[in-house]
Design a protein around this ligand. Sequence first.
Ligand code: SF4
Ligand code: SF4
Length: 383
Amino acid sequence: MKETNTYLGSDIKKLGFGLMRLPTDTGKPDGKIDIAKSCEMVDAFMAAGFTYFDTAYGYSGGESERAIKAALVDRYPRESFKLATKLPAWHGASSEAEARAMFDTSFERTGAGYFDFYLLHNVGSVRTAAFDKFHMWEYIAELKAAGKIRHAGFSFHDTAELLDEVLTKHPEMEFVQLQINYADWNSGGVQSRRCWETAWKKHGKPVVIMEPVKGGMLSDPHETVKAALDAANPNVSYSSWAIRFAASLDGIITVLSGMTTIEQMNDNISTMKDFVPLSETERGAVDNAIAALNALPGIPCTGCRYCVEGGGCPMNVVIPNIFDAFNRKLIFGDEMAAKFGYAWETNFGAKASACVACGHCETVCPQKIPIIERLKEAAAAFE
Ligand code: SF4
Ligand code: SF4
């Protein structure tokens, strides 16, 4: 591993409060954020010694940033917590001035005075071009020099190769936020392991982990996965396995959990208050859980992207991304997550139904996946 003294997380406990799913008055994501319940959760979190909070310009249409002002910033001394937020230049900004103004909006909504961690939100795919075009890399350095942010980084969803490219081009970035969980550890679409190796082992950049429970899917996984974990310890929650797996990695600033209820928070607090990394036996149980997941009837796409890159699909069908979303239904039985994933991923390229059956992708796919047929199934399931 590259020598580094930029381990920004040495004094931060390994559980962070993700603020994208705060409790609402209706119990549904589009309801009004319940400030009283949010205060109760913030209090429980802080009382247990945890200090890292993660919001974003876009969470709940900006209401997440307002809620954390009311529940945290206005109620606790500023130096007692770390606040992170993110700037999505690719979404809703049509000029450099509009993209820069997103910081001012976050600054005003949170009333935080400064951000401990500030991120370019969701770098990767076609989104990276917006950060380049609007000079957001330079802007974030400017904000740091002005003392408005303490640490500059970015969240990322794409391949390890592209992450390597971005970090090589922007060595000034101090940390990366990555989707890491045991289900995606060796997956081709998300590439958790390869992205973590690229950020931490190759570039020495510490990592904030997001989606350790894969949007909640690992809190209630398939029966065969449960059996693999229960064999080692049947008395702990399935979420706790997922969070401890993530927190046991090297180079981790913190592991974010997007908590909605005080019960979830209490479970996470009891897992992480006196965090113990996975033992060898426990890590073996997680490996068995990964094997059980891999044996489920998913599409064996490794995300190599041969089918889409370098003169790949003429219709720009986002094949590996579609298969990743489809696998949420096939492997986890999670229709909602699969539909949401499909709608999101196909924002950045063509849908499955755009396939004209030219056959190119099938000639290059090393996994010999009947891509045309599986795309038809995906179109029928999601369009
Ligand atoms: S068969 Fe369909 S998905 Fe494959 S390369 Fe041709 S158009 Fe794209
Ligand atoms: S070539 Fe095959 S394995 Fe590789 S990304 Fe495309 S579908 Fe997946």
